[in-house]
Ligand binder design. Structure first.
Ligand code: NAD
Length: 300
């Protein structure tokens, strides 16, 4: 799909330069956009400095003169704080500006934030992403957007610098709904992969050969392709942390509960991740669910 390209010079304030934010900033700059970044963490700031990114000492300086504010933060309270909190975007951005929140947070949370910003005529798009660090580095993220058609049209050229599949899912919050569906499938796909590996291992099979074989058939998946090798190498490094995966499953679980939906796959994947976190794996990558299967099957 081709997307409109940004009409430079656009100045972007980018808040939240973590695992995802850092490479997303790099791609915005590659597309010729003028980016100023802000993060609370000294380690994140040091990495931005290595990249030669313009760094703001505080939120206020980040937003001064920005045409667009992008946030890429862990969870709903962080976004709430940066957008509506004291010293946040609400009081700093001029009327008519646009905020693109690319974090994965609650759908009702982003709707409430949007209603707050609207009172000062600041537009908001929720634009959570899928594709992992690999997609963030390659500029190939899938970006699921919610908001008015007009705000989406303004955001799309900027999003085109970071992703290749950019969807207008519906009204504000619908990007988060699409993303929670994505995360539900991610959790269940990882579970399916770990279970197949555990069965093959118990039967004395060759797991590398299993993975290569399954990749060519109906069980082939993004998970098998991208996280399968990490599981087989016993590489637990994140990528996407178990803590964040649990946050996303919680958001999906809350949305399902709100509508009275029994979703057993979601409940089971959530329980397996809770087991992993209870064993101290919260900051490992989500492929570390295989450790749960080590414990369940008493094998390693
Ligand atoms: P991360 O923890 O690496 O980065 C978040 C950054 O936000 C950190 O550097 C932190 O210091 C900063 N931050 C927190 N509060 C702040 C504040 N008030 N002001 C300024 N900076 C603040 O997380 P991540 O992996 O980059 O994920 C970010 C979001 O993207 C999450 O919602 C996550 O669920 C989502 N996501 C992550 C991945 C992935 O593979 N890591 C993939 C898709 C979506």
């Amino acid at each position: 799909m081709t997307h409109p390209t940004p009409t430079a010079p656009l100045r972007i304030a980018f808040v939240g330069a973590g695992i995802m934010g850092r490479p997303m900033i790099a791609n915005l700059r590659k597309a010729g956009l003028d980016v100023i970044a802000y993060d609370l963490s000294p380690a994140a700031i040091a990495r931005l400095r290595e990249d030669g990114v313009d760094i703001a000492p505080d939120l206020k300086s980040a937003m001064a003169g920005a045409d667009v504010l992008i946030t890429m933060l862990p969870d709903t309270p962080h976004v709430q704080d940066v957008l509506l909190g004291e010293g946040g975007a609400f009081g700093l951005l001029p009327a008519g500006s646009i905020v693109i929140d690319m974090s994965t947070i609650s759908a009702s949370g982003i709707q409430a934030i949007g209603a707050g910003l609207a009172t000062r005529d600041i537009a908001l798009i929720d634009a959570p992403v899928s594709g992992g660090v690999k997609g963030a580095i390659g500029g190939t993220l899938s970006i699921m957007c919610g908001g008015s058609a007009e705000a989406f049209a303004r955001a799309e050229p900027v999003l085109g610098a970071m992703g290749t599949t950019i969807t207008h899912a519906g009204a504000l919050g619908m990007g988060q709904v699409f993303k929670m569906c994505n995360q539900l499938m991610v959790g269940v796909h990882i579970q399916a992969m770990c279970e197949a590996f555990a069965l093959c291992r118990a039967q004395g099979g060759d797991l590398e050969l299993l993975r290569d074989t399954l990749m060519g058939g109906a069980a082939g998946s993004w998970m098998l392709e991208n996280l399968g090798p990490q599981v087989l190498a016993r590489d637990d490094s994140a990528g996407f942390r178990i803590d964040l995966q649990l946050k996303d499953l919680r958001l999906a679980g809350e949305a399902a509960f709100e509508k009275g939906l029994p979703l057993p796959g979601l409940s089971m994947a959530t329980a397996l991740y809770l087991e992993a976190r209870a064993h101290g794996e919260g900051s490992n990558g989500n492929q570390a669910m295989f450790r749960t299967y080590d414990r369940l099957t008493n094998q390693a």
